[in-house]
Structure formats: C-alpha cells, structure tokens
Write a protein that binds this ligand. Structure first.
Ligand SMILES: NC(=O)c1ccc[n+]([C@@H]2O[C@H](COP(=O)([O-])OP(=O)(O)OC[C@H]3O[C@@H](n4cnc5c(N)ncnc54)[C@H](OP(=O)(O)O)[C@@H]3O)[C@@H](O)[C@H]2O)c1
Length: 222
C-alpha cells in the first residue's frame, strides 16, 4: 500500500513516516507544498532509518503528486489548513483513496490547552465536508505525541482511536495502524464521535504540562 503524508515535513508527518517505514512494508510518500522541502525531509528520515539498519522506501513529492499516487492520504497539516489542503488535492482523490485526518483544533492559555472545534463539530467532520463525496474519510492518530512517534528508540505501548462512517476504510486504517509496533487501534465509532476523540488531545498535553515526570503522554484504554 502507498501511504502519503501531506505536510509530511512537519512533526506528526515525521513520526508517522518513520514508524510506517520502520515497522511496515508499505511505501511512504512525503508530501509538501514545496517538493524540494519534501525531498530534504526524506533525506533526513532515510538517515534516521539507516542508523537503525532499515533501508526504507520513502519518496518526496508536492502534496498533489503524493496524493495522486497514494492509497491512503494522511492530512498531516495544522487544523486550520486541513480544509484548504483537501481542496488543493481534491482532484487527485477518488473512491479508492482513503483520506485520514489526525488534526485537532486547540487553543492554549496560561492554564493549558483547550479543545476548540470548528463549526462542523470536529476537524474530522470538517475534512469530510470539504472532501469529495465519494472519498471515505477516517479520523486517526489524534492522541499520539509526534515526539514519541519520531523517536525510534522509544518502544510504543499506546492506543489510537479510529472513527469513520465507511466500514471498509475504517478497517483498512485500523489494520494499518496495528502494523505499527506497540500501537493498538480501537474503533471509536462513526465520524459523529470525532469530537470526543479529538478532545482527548488537549487533555494528554495538559497532563504532560502538570506532571514533570511525564513527556509525550498517550493513552492505553483498558
Ligand atoms: N504534533 C503532534 O504531536 C500531533 C499529534 C497528533 C495530531 N496532530 C495533528 O497533526 C496535524 C499536524 O501537526 P504538526 O504538529 O505536524 O504540524 P506542523 O509541524 O506545524 O506542520 C505540518 C506541516 O504542515 C504544512 N503546512 C504549514 N502551513 C501550511 C499551510 N498554510 N497550508 C498547507 N500546509 C501547511 C507544512 O508542510 P510544508 O511546508 O512542507 O507544506 C508543515 O511541515 C495537526 O492538525 C495536529 O492537530 C499533531
């Protein structure tokens, strides 16, 4: 399978690229608004993987080209640009492309981070509204800390919650996520449940802020 990470030059894109390249046989495509930036990121990711003896299949492209070539497209861009990024690549997506969003709307103040969803109810639902009707949208990876994903020295033992209306697309993303070592993907229901999933992200960030012994907090549901 080909997995494109749009904005894969950023934090969550780096973490997911490294874990997918390290732990799975899938082809990873890094997308960027600037293809040169994507290729520079690929060089860095390949160096990190080579240090661990992994000869990975990672390539860099403009976002549009990465989306065009992929089976699964992960929108690894800040939440306020997610809708525009979907529209920028919309003509490269079809019913066989699964669009995945990890984006969470948050606002910070002196107390901590607070959930700040868009009018659509959640960023995941906003992405579904902006995507072409035939493209299945899945929410996943919202509550994972990019730093922990990107540090391949860290053994993972965390869950990610997956929401979608399309059962086949959800199954594919559950299976794909479970291929990352130490990551367990749990079904959290339809897209209408996305706000509850997204709202866990500011919670885990606040727990890390107020507990010095904890960094890059994640959740294991038991
Ligand atoms: N960071 C985390 O720990 C974490 C965890 C879970 C979920 N998330 C979610 O993942 C998403 C990405 O987070 P991040 O921390 O990786 O973000 P980031 O590093 O700030 O940005 C990711 C990439 O987005 C692209 N970008 C920046 N401005 C843009 C614009 N105006 N239009 C289109 N693309 C733009 C950039 O790529 P190019 O310049 O190469 O195009 C950038 O490298 C967010 O929605 C966040 O809520 C993050």
């Amino acid at each position: 399978m080909r997995i494109a990470l749009l904005g894969g030059t950023g934090d969550i894109g780096e973490g997911l690229a490294l874990r997918f390249a390290h732990d799975t046989d899938h082809e990873v495509l890094i997308g960027s608004r600037d293809p040169e930036k994507a290729r520079d990121a690929v060089a860095d990711y390949e160096a990190a993987l080579e240090d661990r003896g992994v000869d990975a299949d990672v390539k860099g492209f403009a976002n549009e080209m990465a989306a065009d070539r992929a089976d699964v497209v992960v929108l690894s861009v800040p939440p306020y640009y997610a809708g525009d990024t979907v529209e920028a690549v919309a003509d490269r997506l079809d019913s066989d492309t699964i669009l995945v969003t990890p984006a969470v709307g948050m606002k910070g103040d002196e107390d901590g981070m607070h959930y700040h969803p868009p009018g659509a109810g959640s960023v995941t639902e906003l992405v579904a509204q902006r995507a072409p009707d035939e493209v299945p949208v899945v929410g996943a990876f919202h509550n994972l800390a990019a730093g922990k994903l990107a540090d391949l020295e860290v053994a993972f033992d965390l869950d990610t919650l997956v929401v979608a209306d399309d059962a086949d697309a959800k199954r594919t993303v559950l299976d794909l996520s479970n291929e990352i070592e130490g990551l367990r993907a749990l079904d959290a229901g339809p897209l209408a449940n996305a706000a509850e999933v997204e709202s866990v992200t500011p919670l885990v960030i606040n727990i890390a802020k107020y507990n010095d012994e904890l960094h890059d907090v994640g959740v294991k549901w038991q």
